[in-house]
Structure formats: structure tokens, C-alpha cells
Design a protein around this ligand. Structure first.
Ligand SMILES: [Zn+2]
Length: 439
């Protein structure tokens, strides 16, 4: 029997398996041909090979062909993951009243033996406000129904993934609050908000005003309070590991209740040795200002900020174009500086009981890490609280039970360690983090 039965980091569409896509697409693929043509074209750009989606349903070997094109089980860049995942997007567009994916996935998750799962549902930016309102209500009501049928063995919860773009995110949040007010029972099922999607160009400071509003609303009404789940430090191609680690700390400082992936916080900079570290001057100056401001507490955590050197660099770059590029090499000095800063940030976050959602398979595939380079051992050594998720188990051909096996075999987690992680996951359920009085 698996020990981990609380799934705290996964995406609804990411749970779709090749079999699900084949089954759900069987009666609808013909009406989706323009979308499938888009999928084929995008796939070709990423893989240099054009798939023929009609074969999935017309040939005897269709399911096998679909599985081969869809599954992402070898480490590769995000563009390839996206190209494979596009099949789910093309076949099963999000509409305001279609709950087929929701029902199918939740029942599959229930039958897989999980006791509790939080499912992140994307809110499409392209839908009109009335369509978003209908979508949120339909999803919540259907999940209430499935939860009632599944009680007490499986408890599904919905987490809506909002846009990181301030105006869009705010509109989506207001519609969600309206949806919960219109039928208070929905708050039993909708327990959190997630920020995911493109991290590059979307610093935590961009979502800070919306997050401050959510925290203020949570304080006014604990019974419908929403936990803040935040993907951060997972993808950081536009900046140095130091800045990316700072983003993780900033997301927590801003009020995020759980941090998704947070790879940059503990990834050993040694993996970048000899490579060029590049970021915009804007990012570099943000980092220097933050170091200046954080100097006292960083010192207490064992990280010394060289004030004179920092002032000199700020002075030198004052007035330069903020979109200019700042570069440095991951050499002995930069690697050690980066590692020391990470250590200080991890110590601070551990003391503040920050919770990290770690998804090993996802990180090894999209993040192209190995058990040796994955930051999980550093997280646990630093005393950070870590819960485990399968992220997109359908396309990765994995499950929470499979994550447990990997933790045992590749990360040396003992039975007791797994039990502690499961207990932490139970305590870290979205509703428990924000509705203390209501539970
Ligand atoms: Zn995720």
C-alpha cells in the first residue's frame, strides 16, 4: 500500500493519459480538425516530425501511435513538452459547460487509490467574463457532486490557476469570489488559487497587489479563504540562479502558502560551472537593491553582503539602459556566492515553515535534472518542509505512487521519512493552511 495518498501538486489536464485522450477524442476528433492541424504544425516545429492525428482513431495501432506522440517520458526542453501537451489542448478545449475532462480525471484519480487531491484548473484568458463565471460555477458544482459520490474515501478539491498578469488575474479572482458568494457550498471544494505558466518576465512583485488583496479578503472571511499556491523557481532561463532563488524567497515573503518546485532555491550552481550567467540590468539592479535592503537578516543567516562592492556596482550601472544585459561566469567565486546565498535563504524559509511542493519526475523530465542534481536532498538537509506531487502524471506516465518509489530508490527516503511527508501533506492541504477556525 502506498504511503503518500495526498496529491498536492497536479494539474487537471496534466492527469489525462493517452488512453483518456484516445477515449475522449474518439467521438470528437473529426470536429476538431483545424485544432489538430495546429497541434501537428506545432509538433513538427518542436520535434521535426509531423504527426497524423487521424491515424490515432483510424488505424488499428492508433492508441499506440497516440501514446508515442503524446507521452513525455524522456528529458527534454519545455518546448517539446508543450508540443506534446498541445494534443490535449487541441482535442479538449476548455468551454464554460463541458465537465467531461473533470469527471473523467477525478474518477480516475479516485480509482487510483488517492485519499485526497487538489486539481489545478486553468482559467483561459480568452474567455469572456460571463463565460469564465459559468466555467467556474460548473466546475465547482460538478466537483461537489463527485465529492459526494466519493465520500469518504476520496476528497477532491479545485485550485484555479489565475493569470500572473495583474489586470487579468484580478478579473479572474473577482469572478471566482462572486462564484463562491453565490453558492457558499462551493467553498468546500474550491480551496485555493495557483499561479503557473510562463515565469520569465513575471516577477513575484507583479502579482504582489493581487496577493495582498487575497490575503486581506481571507482575513475577513476565514470560511471561504483561499490558499495561495505559487509556481516559482521552476524555469529561469532569463536570469542567474541567484536572482531565481531570490524570487522563491520573495514569493513566500509576499504571502504564498506553498511554493511549487522552487528548484532555484536548492539547485547546486556547480551544474552551471563555466557557463555564462546572464540577466537584464534591471534584474541585476533589483537583486543588488534587495541585497542592500536584506543585509541585516542575511548576515544573521550567515551570508555577508559586501556593501562597498555593492554600492560601487550600483553606482556604475546607474543611468545605464535597464534592458541592457548583465553577464558573469559561473566560476569558483560566483558559484560559492550563489551557494551561500541559497543556504541563507533556505535557512530562513525553513525557520518560517515555508512549504515546498516537489515533483521529482517532472523536474527530471522538463527540468532535465537527475537524482544527483535535484535539490530535494538540499531541501531536506536544510530542514525545509517538502510535500510531493506528480504534477502532470498523465503525460509523464507516472503517479503519486510512482513518485514514492522514486523517492525510495533514487533519493533514499525511508518508510518513516515518507510517513512524515504524508503527515505534512495532510496538514498542508490548502483548506488547513487558511481556514484554521473552520476545520
Ligand atoms: Zn505544476
Amino acid at each position: 500500500m502506498p504511503i503518500l495518498t495526498d496529491e498536492l501538486h497536479c494539474h487537471l489536464y496534466g492527469c489525462l493519459t493517452p488512453e483518456d485522450l484516445w477515449l475522449l477524442g474518439r467521438d470528437r476528433w473529426r470536429s476538431m480538425e483545424p485544432r489538430l492541424t495546429w497541434y501537428s504544425a506545432e509538433y513538427e516545429k518542436a520535434y521535426g516530425r509531423r504527426p497524423t492525428p487521424s491515424d490515432y482513431w483510424l488505424k488499428d495501432s492508433g492508441l499506440e501511435l497516440l501514446s508515442k506522440d503524446f507521452l513525455f517520458t524522456k528529458p527534454g526542453p519545455f518546448s517539446r513538452f508543450q508540443a506534446s501537451f498541445n494534443l490535449a489542448i487541441a482535442l479538449l478545449p476548455i468551454t464554460p459547460d463541458d465537465t467531461i475532462v473533470l469527471s473523467h480525471v477525478l474518477k480516475g484519480q479516485r480509482d487510483s487509490g488517492l485519499s485526497y487531491g487538489e486539481y489545478r484548473c486553468f482559467v483561459p484568458a480568452l474567455l469572456m467574463p460571463d463565460q469564465i463565471a459559468a466555467y467556474l460555477a460548473t466546475m465547482a458544482d460538478k466537483t461537489l457532486e463527485i465529492a459526494a459520490e466519493s465520500s469518504p474515501t476520496f476528497k477532491p478539491r479545485l485550485i484555479f490557476s489565475l493569470s500572473r498578469i495583474p489586470a487579468t488575474g484580478l478579473t479572474q479572482y473577482r469572478l471566482l469570489k462572486d462564484c463562491l458568494r453565490a453558492k457558499p457550498d462551493r467553498a468546500k471544494i474550491v480551496t485555493g488559487i495557483d499561479f503557473c505558466g510562463m515565469e520569465e518576465g513575471h516577477p513575484p512583485s507583479l502579482t504582489a497587489p493581487l496577493i495582498a488583496q487575497i490575503i486581506a479578503d481571507n482575513a475577513k472571511d476565514r470560511s471561504s479563504a483561499l490558499a495561495l499556491l505559487y509556481h516559482v523557481g521552476e524555469s529561469f532561463t532569463d536570469k542567474t540562479l541567484m536572482s531565481a532563488a531570490r524570487w522563491v524567497w520573495q514569493a513566500h515573503h509576499m504571502g504564498a502558502h506553498r511554493l511549487g518546485h522552487a528548484l532555484a532555491l536548492g539547485l547546486d550552481p556547480e551544474v552551471y560551472r563555466g557557463r555564462q550567467a546572464t540577466e537584464s540590468l534591471r534584474e541585476r539592479r533589483d537583486h543588488l537593491h534587495w541585497l542592500q535592503h536584506s543585509r541585516p537578516w542575511l548576515k544573521q543567516r550567515g551570508y555577508e553582503v559586501d556593501s562597498a562592492r555593492l554600492a560601487l556596482e550600483l553606482n556604475k550601472t546607474d543611468g545605464a539602459g535597464l534592458d541592457d544585459t548583465w553577464t558573469c561566469i559561473y566560476d569558483d567565486e560566483f558559484i560559492s556566492d550563489c551557494r551561500n546565498l541559497q543556504q541563507a535563504l533556505m535557512a530562513d524559509l525553513a525557520d518560517k515553515n515555508a512549504i515546498i511542493e516537489s515533483c521529482p519526475t517532472s523536474n527530471m523530465l522538463i527540468g532535465q535534472l537527475t537524482p544527483a542534481s535535484h535539490p530535494l536532498p538540499r531541501f531536506t538537509k536544510a530542514g525545509l518542509r517538502v510535500v510531493i506531487g506528480a504534477d502532470d502524471p498523465g503525460i509523464f506516465a507516472t503517479s503519486l505512487a510512482a513518485q514514492e518509489k522514486i523517492l525510495r530508490t533514487s533519493f533514499g527516503w525511508s518508510e518513516i521519512f515518507l510517513q512524515q511527508s504524508q503527515e505534512l501533506a495532510r496538514q498542508s492541504r490548502a483548506e488547513r493552511l487558511v481556514r484554521h477556525a473552520a476545520i
